[in-house]
Design a protein around this ligand. Structure first.
Ligand code: FAD
Length: 439
């Protein structure tokens, strides 16, 4: 049977369904709305943006801007809808939320070979190839089926993550490398604070603006992962006895023990990304930038991923998937979207694209389509399927995930722009083989 099941008509599911259907492959698209809504979904339309209407940067020197351009090059439905419904937002691509979802819903409904099946799907069909794209708020019935298929340890359902910054944006004239008590030599980057800097930071933190807490998130118990601002609320010194304690750390340049220290831990193998230890947070994203930039050494930090605390169902992809989002132990199943641990609207779309064209490849008896890590779509898919990753956390696309990019250009924006041009040329070459596939 050549039909492909796609479960969930969100960003990833719609992209996957479109890529299959336009190549002549019949699709059964399952969507539980409008019969049942997750706590964050409200519109009956497909591809609903549950929060911000911004799809983030549209500049090529930014990794998510490059990912957008790659998807445009490869005829992504989500990007077509975004470009058709964009609203002014400086260098970002923001959309008219309703117009965007309506465009996609209409396009999907008009495709003759997509059959839409409304209602919550609680089981994983085993007759055909199936793409599971039920998102971070996957319904409970489907959650249980996925857990049964993968095993308890492979499905996470809460995301309390600290922000991640890029190494080359850390001011190493202020920060220094060392491990507490000299154990592990230079394992951490330490941002030392004197009393005045600490108090300044503390005051900004306790008065910063929090993101909305959705009703369903209020009941979650944050064991061992208390938001940093909640810890600060307990008293001016609580953080200094917690993650910001200065014990065992001497500022190697001044030989003074700092009043408090913020530590950053290496986050990827090649050492281009660092997370801020203990800084899981509920602060709004612009507030994270404002307040955390008060930390000495992070004045100009580039946040490649902000801290988040929300319900977020995702699987342990590095142990389970290959770089086409295909389940290694059962290759008739693909996962796509935020449930794979890619983070963000465009990242979810890109995994839907890749799962969709690879499911198509299987039906059409073509070779699987892989992208290398010097393209944005490949950097992300290779990252989430890298089995050496331990303690997997959802990830936005960023240049720290890229490999084989080099340049003599010192200016970061120019360097990124130059690499983006190379990435697009590599990608176009690969896409040329895929472009005209049809059943
Ligand atoms: P979704 O877009 O959520 O699509 C999943 C679809 O599957 C939904 O339509 C749902 O109704 C359906 N479904 C679920 N279970 C079933 C079932 N059993 N049977 C049938 N259908 C089912 N990213 C950003 O870039 N910017 C943001 O501002 C942002 N804010 C977020 C806020 C919240 C509260 C959350 C939870 C996530 C946010 N994200 C944000 C992260 C992420 O980018 C989005 O969640 C994105 O929509 C994920 O796309 P998706 O296709 O994986 O899932």
């Amino acid at each position: 049977n050549k039909t492909v099941n796609v479960i969930g008509a969100g960003l990833a599911g719609c992209e996957a369904a479109y890529q299959l259907a336009k190549r002549g492959i019949p699709v059964k698209l399952y969507e539980m709305k409008p019969q049942k809504y997750s706590p964050a979904h409200h519109s009956p339309n497909f591809a609903e943006l549950v929060c911000s209407n911004s799809l983030r940067s549209d500049q090529l020197e930014n990794a998510v801007g490059l990912l957008k351009e790659e998807l445009r090059t490869m005829d992504s439905l989500i990007l077509k809808a975004a470009d058709a419904t964009r609203v002014p937002a400086g260098g970002a691509l923001a959309v008219d939320r309703e117009g965007f979802a309506e465009y996609i819903t209409k396009a999907i409904r008009e495709m003759d070979n997509i059959e839409i099946i409304f209602g919550e799907q609680t089981g994983i069909p085993d007759d055909n190839i199936t793409i599971i794209a039920t998102g971070p708020l996957t319904s409970e019935g489907m959650f249980n089926s996925i857990r049964e298929m993968l095993g308890e340890d492979y499905l996470h359902f809460f995301d309390a993550a600290a922000p991640i910054v890029s190494y080359d944006s850390i001011n190493m004239d202020r920060a220094f490398k060392a491990a507490r008590y000299g154990r592990g030599s230079e394992d951490y980057i330490n941002c030392p604070m004197n009393r005045e800097e600490y108090e300044n930071f503390y005051n900004a933190l306790v008065s910063a603006e929090l993101a909305d807490i959705k009703e369903f998130e209020k009941n979650v118990v944050f064991e061992g992962c208390m938001p940093i601002e909640s810890m600060a609320q307990r008293g001016p010194d609580t953080m200094r006895f917690g993650p910001l304690k200065p014990v065992g750390l001497m500022d190697t340049r001044t030989n003074i023990r700092p009043y408090a220290v913020v530590q950053l831990r290496q986050d990827n193998k090649i050492g281009t990304l660092y997370n801020i230890v203990g800084f899981q947070t509920h602060l709004k994203w612009p507030e994270q930038k404002r307040v955390f930039s008060l930390i000495p050494g992070l004045e100009k930090a580039e946040f490649v991923r902000y801290g988040v605390m929300h319900r977020n169902t995702y699987i342990n992809s590095p142990k389970l998937l290959d770089n086409t989002y295909n389940l290694k132990k059962n290759n008739s199943v693909y996962f796509a979207g935020q449930i794979t641990g890619v983070e963000g609207y465009i990242e979810s779309t890109s995994s839907g694209f890749l799962a969709g064209i690879n499911a198509a490849a299987r039906i059409l008896d073509k070779e699987r389509v892989e992208f290398p890590s010097n393209t944005a779509i490949g950097a992300l898919s290779n990252y989430i399927s890298d089995p050496s990753i331990k303690n997997f956390q959802p990830m936005n696309v960023n240049f720290g995930l890229f490999s084989n990019i080099s340049s003599d250009i010192r200016d970061k924006r120019k360097r990124n722009a130059e690499n983006a041009v190379k990435s697009l040329s590599i990608l176009s070459h690969i896409y040329a083989n895929v472009k005209n596939w049809v059943e």
